[in-house]
Design a protein around this ligand. Structure first.
Ligand code: TXA
Ligand code: MG
Length: 553
């Protein structure tokens, strides 16, 4: 069979592709569907023959029931008996979205779909392509995750192709999944309701609506011989790459340290971005920064899957704490590890040696090298320019304040940074007003990230900012380090790095603070006047001294 892949990532819905996929579904075929959680392998849920093909394509045991995908709560009563009022409340709050409810089923749903159970799992996915498909087919779509049974779930169409090419009629490529872990499953047939699988909707959100929620044992431990979990799928080995996985829980710095100590050549590591510099010689998959669980959820399956393209002999994975999305991310990693879990320390270990180091200096002086050295020492690096970028996207308060003053450089809700740059370049008063607004937000976000790093047990935090001292960020630091380099060297580096002319590089440097400024205002200077290797060594010596001082206090 040839598998047709439709690219559905454009802004307009491809009606022809939808019509074709709907026809495949109506005729009993298989279509891989994008959802916000993971890709699904869809078929007509009411047709036992079509559903049988799902099990065959996945190599899935037939007692493991499928989830019905519907366009909204108005279809609940078609397939479910005795729908409780709480189901409608949940649907109102969280649908379309990553929540599956288990409810008593009606006879119209075949045994083949529910694995013989008298209940059915049902959800409304949040993806325009799949919602359009369900509507066009006018049928509920049964869909497990689109991976081969036992492998990590698919969060991109490429992964589906890897597992399903030649086995299914069609793939709708709706882009990478925005949530990245499967839906949360809540059983509403018991009292109190029971969490059967943590997923894209945090447990805390369910508790907010339902009050007490019981957490089923399968969420945290391996099922024993002969045990029959309420979600049959939870007893199977899951999400596993070929190489064996160890999940390491505990404060992130401690789990990183454990991994470092137990790592052999040929091993793979799954870690937070901040710790990647600790493993320069390993096969490393980063899953996002420490505090960004959304990113970790999006990347965890991709990370697990990617090791199957390498020769690694075992995989050591840092595991998040179990709040918010952490419960689902940790559950997937632990299941991938067959619940082979090492717990290194309790969370929130106080770290008396924690230091906050400010790094500043002009363009082309070599700050990046110095920061890389700090990263390798277990220090969390906070890039203030990146913090500012992210705040512009995430903080509507910041955007509103900027809009009030610089309304003319906004395209709708989006700030045009280039235009803003031109406005303030020739107008010192405007620049001052801009900085007053942005520094306030950046400082409070950086403060929060420093606290995160401290809680995580990192050795310290480095704040990387050109305007470290002028903005007030310097006040957060135990030590401020000014990085300097000879003018000629800076000019060469800027010309090479930014592909600019000598005179332009010169004018950029002239617009910045002179070396004297850092000499007078920083705790110490770090001079970059030799080879890159010599500079890295000098950086390491200085930073080690800075980290040690505190230990002896
Ligand atoms: O996010 C998701 O839920 C994705 C996308 C494609 O929607 N689907 C998904 O399906 O993860 P699957 O089949 O890989 O996992 C469904 C889980 C299995 O563990 C299964 O045992 C459980 O849901 N399940 C399905 N129906 C159930 C029922 N009636 N009672 C208890 N557990 C059920
Ligand atoms: Mg699955």
């Amino acid at each position: 069979m040839t598998t047709v892949c439709y690219n559905m990532t454009g802004p307009e819905l491809d009606r022809e592709a939808i019509a074709h996929a709907a026809q495949v579904i109506r005729e009993g075929g298989l279509v891989a569907i994008p959802t916000e959680t993971v890709y699904g392998l869809g078929a007509n849920a009411l047709n036992p023959e079509a559903v049988k093909r799902i099990y065959e394509a996945k190599g899935r045991p037939s007692d493991n029931p499928l989830i019905l995908h519907i366009p909204g709560p108005e279809w609940l009563e078609r397939y479910c008996e005795r729908v409780p009022e709480s189901a409608y409340r949940l649907a109102e709050e969280f649908w379309p979205g990553p929540l599956t409810m288990i409810l008593p089923r009606k006879d119209i749903v075949p045994d083949r779909t529910t694995g013989g159970l008298d209940t059915v799992g049902i959800r409304c996915p949040n993806h325009p392509v799949t919602l359009a498909l369900i509507e066009a087919a006018d049928l509920p779509i049964a869909a497990p995750s689109a991976n081969t049974s036992g492998r990590p779930s698919c969060t991109a169409a490429d992964h589906v192709l890897e597992d399903m090419d030649g086995k299914i009629e069609c793939i709708l490529d709706g882009g990478p999944c925005s949530v990245g872990v499967e839906s949360t499953i809540i059983d509403l047939t018991c009292e109190p309701p029971r969490l059967l699988r943590p997923g894209g909707l945090p447990l805390e959100e369910l508790e907010r609506v339902l009050g007490t929620v019981e957490v089923d044992a399968v969420v945290t431990r391996q099922m024993g011989e002969g045990e029959r979990p309420r979600a049959p799928g939870m007893k199977y080995r899951h999400y596993a790459p070929h190489a064996p996985v160890t999940a390491v829980t505990g404060a992130p710095a401690a789990s990183a340290q454990y991994i470092l100590e137990h790592l052999d050549a040929q091993d793979g590591v799954i870690c937070y971005d901040e710790f990647a510099p600790l493993f320069p010689n390993a096969e490393v998959q980063c899953i996002g920064s420490l505090q960004n669980k959304g990113e970790q959820a999006r990347r965890v399956f991709d990370a697990l899957r990617s090791f199957d393209h390498t020769q690694v002999t075992k995989i050591l994975a840092q595991c998040p704490d179990s709040t918010g999305l952490g419960l689902a991310i940790g559950n997937r990693l632990k299941k991938a590890a067959g619940f082979h879990v090492v717990d290194v320390t309790g969370e929130n270990r106080p770290n008396p040696g924690f230091r906050v180091i400010g790094i500043t200096g002009g363009s082309g002086t070599g700050k990046t090298t110095a920061l890389r050295v700090l990263g390798a020492m277990g220090v969390a690096v906070i890039d203030c320019d990146q913090v500012y970028h992210e705040l512009l996207l995430s903080s509507s308060e910041l955007r509103a304040e900027l809009q009030a003053v610089f309304g003319n450089v906004f395209d709708g809700d989006r700030l045009n940074r280039k235009q803003l740059g031109e406005v303030v370049y020739h107008d010192p008063t405007a620049l001052e007003r801009l900085n007053t607004i942005t520094h306030k937000y950046v400082i409070s976000e950086v403060k929060a990230q420093v606290e995160d790093a401290k809680r995580a047990g990192m050795a310290g935090a480095a704040i990387d900012a050109i305007l470290l001292l002028e903005s007030g960020l310097g006040d957060l630091c135990d030590v401020t380090v000014g990085v300097t380099a000879p003018l000629e060297q800076r000019i060469c580096r800027l010309m090479e790095r930014d592909h600019i002319t000598k005179s332009y590089a010169r004018s950029r440097i002239d617009a910045q603070q002179p070396e004297q400024y850092y000499k007078e205002n920083c705790t110490c200077l770090l001079e970059n006047c030799g080879s890159p290797k010599a500079f890295a060594e000098a950086s390491e010596t200085l930073f080690q001294k800075i980290m040690e001082v505190k230990d002896h206090e």
